[in-house]
Design a protein around this ligand. Structure first.
Ligand code: S3P
Length: 166
Protein backbone atom coordinates (compact mmCIF):
# COMPACT_ATOMS: atom_id res chain seq x y z
CA UNK A 1 0.00 0.00 0.00
CA UNK A 2 1.25 3.49 -0.81
CA UNK A 3 1.40 6.25 1.78
CA UNK A 4 1.94 10.01 1.72
CA UNK A 5 5.49 11.19 2.25
CA UNK A 6 4.23 13.88 4.61
CA UNK A 7 0.77 14.71 5.94
CA UNK A 8 0.16 18.34 6.91
CA UNK A 9 -2.37 19.15 9.62
CA UNK A 10 -3.26 22.37 11.38
CA UNK A 11 -5.93 25.05 11.53
CA UNK A 12 -7.47 26.66 8.48
CA UNK A 13 -5.47 29.56 7.16
CA UNK A 14 -2.19 28.32 8.64
CA UNK A 15 -0.77 27.81 5.15
CA UNK A 16 -1.08 24.05 4.66
CA UNK A 17 -1.74 24.38 0.93
CA UNK A 18 0.93 27.03 0.28
CA UNK A 19 3.56 25.16 2.27
CA UNK A 20 2.36 21.82 0.92
CA UNK A 21 2.77 22.97 -2.68
CA UNK A 22 6.23 24.36 -1.92
CA UNK A 23 7.31 21.08 -0.33
CA UNK A 24 5.88 19.04 -3.18
CA UNK A 25 7.79 21.15 -5.69
CA UNK A 26 11.03 20.91 -3.73
CA UNK A 27 10.75 17.16 -3.30
CA UNK A 28 9.48 16.54 -6.84
CA UNK A 29 6.29 14.81 -5.68
CA UNK A 30 2.57 15.47 -6.06
CA UNK A 31 0.43 17.63 -3.83
CA UNK A 32 -3.06 16.68 -2.71
CA UNK A 33 -5.57 18.42 -0.46
CA UNK A 34 -8.61 16.65 0.94
CA UNK A 35 -10.74 19.83 0.72
CA UNK A 36 -10.05 19.92 -3.03
CA UNK A 37 -10.97 16.24 -3.31
CA UNK A 38 -14.32 16.88 -1.61
CA UNK A 39 -15.09 19.91 -3.80
CA UNK A 40 -14.23 17.95 -6.95
CA UNK A 41 -16.26 14.95 -5.89
CA UNK A 42 -19.30 16.96 -4.79
CA UNK A 43 -19.14 19.62 -7.49
CA UNK A 44 -19.73 22.47 -5.01
CA UNK A 45 -17.83 24.51 -2.47
CA UNK A 46 -17.14 23.48 1.12
CA UNK A 47 -19.23 26.46 2.25
CA UNK A 48 -22.18 25.24 0.17
CA UNK A 49 -21.89 21.74 1.60
CA UNK A 50 -21.95 23.18 5.15
CA UNK A 51 -25.00 25.33 4.35
CA UNK A 52 -26.93 22.70 2.38
CA UNK A 53 -26.23 19.63 4.50
CA UNK A 54 -24.67 20.75 7.77
CA UNK A 55 -21.37 20.01 9.44
CA UNK A 56 -21.96 16.31 10.31
CA UNK A 57 -22.60 15.51 6.63
CA UNK A 58 -19.45 17.40 5.67
CA UNK A 59 -17.44 15.50 8.30
CA UNK A 60 -18.62 12.18 6.88
CA UNK A 61 -17.49 13.23 3.38
CA UNK A 62 -14.23 14.48 4.83
CA UNK A 63 -13.53 11.25 6.69
CA UNK A 64 -14.01 9.24 3.51
CA UNK A 65 -11.82 11.64 1.51
CA UNK A 66 -9.04 11.55 4.11
CA UNK A 67 -9.00 7.78 4.40
CA UNK A 68 -8.95 7.42 0.62
CA UNK A 69 -6.12 9.93 0.19
CA UNK A 70 -4.05 8.32 2.96
CA UNK A 71 -4.32 5.00 1.14
CA UNK A 72 -3.66 6.38 -2.36
CA UNK A 73 -1.40 9.41 -2.30
CA UNK A 74 2.37 9.21 -2.23
CA UNK A 75 3.37 12.87 -2.11
CA UNK A 76 2.41 15.72 0.21
CA UNK A 77 -1.09 15.52 1.63
CA UNK A 78 -2.84 18.41 3.37
CA UNK A 79 -5.89 17.67 5.50
CA UNK A 80 -8.76 20.07 6.21
CA UNK A 81 -8.40 21.77 9.59
CA UNK A 82 -11.11 19.68 11.25
CA UNK A 83 -10.14 16.26 9.89
CA UNK A 84 -8.43 15.39 13.19
CA UNK A 85 -11.77 15.64 15.05
CA UNK A 86 -12.52 12.10 13.95
CA UNK A 87 -11.09 9.43 16.24
CA UNK A 88 -10.61 6.78 13.56
CA UNK A 89 -8.79 9.31 11.39
CA UNK A 90 -6.48 10.14 14.28
CA UNK A 91 -5.79 6.44 14.81
CA UNK A 92 -5.08 5.99 11.11
CA UNK A 93 -2.62 8.88 11.16
CA UNK A 94 -0.63 6.94 13.74
CA UNK A 95 1.31 5.18 11.00
CA UNK A 96 2.26 8.36 9.12
CA UNK A 97 4.71 11.22 9.19
CA UNK A 98 2.50 14.11 10.27
CA UNK A 99 3.61 17.73 10.51
CA UNK A 100 1.41 20.04 12.57
CA UNK A 101 1.64 23.63 11.34
CA UNK A 102 0.67 25.76 14.33
CA UNK A 103 -0.17 29.43 14.84
CA UNK A 104 -1.45 31.47 17.74
CA UNK A 105 -4.96 32.89 17.91
CA UNK A 106 -4.06 36.51 17.09
CA UNK A 107 -2.13 35.37 14.03
CA UNK A 108 -5.14 33.28 13.00
CA UNK A 109 -7.54 36.22 13.31
CA UNK A 110 -5.15 38.42 11.35
CA UNK A 111 -4.67 35.89 8.56
CA UNK A 112 -8.23 34.78 8.01
CA UNK A 113 -10.21 37.85 9.09
CA UNK A 114 -13.88 37.69 8.22
CA UNK A 115 -13.58 34.96 5.66
CA UNK A 116 -17.08 33.89 4.67
CA UNK A 117 -15.69 31.03 2.60
CA UNK A 118 -14.74 29.44 5.94
CA UNK A 119 -18.10 28.75 7.52
CA UNK A 120 -16.77 28.05 11.01
CA UNK A 121 -15.65 31.65 11.47
CA UNK A 122 -18.66 33.56 10.27
CA UNK A 123 -19.91 35.08 13.55
CA UNK A 124 -17.18 36.20 15.94
CA UNK A 125 -13.79 35.31 14.52
CA UNK A 126 -11.68 35.97 17.62
CA UNK A 127 -13.92 34.08 20.04
CA UNK A 128 -14.48 31.26 17.57
CA UNK A 129 -10.77 30.98 16.89
CA UNK A 130 -10.04 30.76 20.60
CA UNK A 131 -12.65 28.04 21.04
CA UNK A 132 -11.48 26.14 17.96
CA UNK A 133 -7.86 26.20 19.08
CA UNK A 134 -8.73 25.15 22.63
CA UNK A 135 -10.81 22.25 21.34
CA UNK A 136 -8.32 21.09 18.75
CA UNK A 137 -4.76 21.91 19.79
CA UNK A 138 -4.32 18.68 21.75
CA UNK A 139 -5.73 16.66 18.82
CA UNK A 140 -3.20 18.15 16.40
CA UNK A 141 -0.48 17.44 18.96
CA UNK A 142 -1.74 13.88 19.41
CA UNK A 143 -1.29 13.00 15.73
CA UNK A 144 1.85 15.06 15.04
CA UNK A 145 5.28 13.57 14.63
CA UNK A 146 6.64 17.13 14.29
CA UNK A 147 5.30 20.58 15.17
CA UNK A 148 6.31 23.67 13.17
CA UNK A 149 5.27 27.11 14.44
CA UNK A 150 4.37 29.41 11.57
CA UNK A 151 3.98 32.75 13.41
CA UNK A 152 6.10 35.43 11.78
CA UNK A 153 7.59 33.00 9.25
CA UNK A 154 7.31 33.00 5.47
CA UNK A 155 5.97 29.90 3.68
CA UNK A 156 9.54 29.16 2.53
CA UNK A 157 10.83 29.30 6.11
CA UNK A 158 7.98 27.10 7.30
CA UNK A 159 8.65 24.61 4.50
CA UNK A 160 12.35 24.47 5.41
CA UNK A 161 11.50 24.00 9.10
CA UNK A 162 9.13 21.18 8.16
CA UNK A 163 11.86 19.45 6.14
CA UNK A 164 14.34 19.92 8.98
CA UNK A 165 11.84 18.40 11.38
CA UNK A 166 11.29 15.23 9.38
C1 S3P B 1 -12.40 23.32 8.45
C2 S3P B 1 -11.30 23.64 7.70
C3 S3P B 1 -11.37 23.84 6.25
C4 S3P B 1 -12.53 23.08 5.63
C5 S3P B 1 -13.81 23.40 6.36
C6 S3P B 1 -13.73 23.07 7.84
C7 S3P B 1 -12.26 23.15 9.92
O1 S3P B 1 -10.16 23.38 5.66
O2 S3P B 1 -12.29 21.71 5.64
O3 S3P B 1 -14.12 24.74 6.16
O4 S3P B 1 -13.12 22.54 10.55
O5 S3P B 1 -11.25 23.62 10.47
P1 S3P B 1 -8.76 24.21 5.63
O6 S3P B 1 -8.09 23.92 6.94
O7 S3P B 1 -8.02 23.60 4.49
O8 S3P B 1 -9.10 25.64 5.42
Amino acid sequence: MSAPLVVLVGPMGVGKSTVGRLLAERLGVGYRDTDDDIVAEQGRSIADIFVDEGEPAFRALEKRAVHRALAQHEGILALGGGAILDEETRALLGGHRVVYLSMDVEEAVKRTGLNVARPLLAVNPRRQWRELMEARRHLYEEVATAVVATDGRSPEEVGQAALDAL
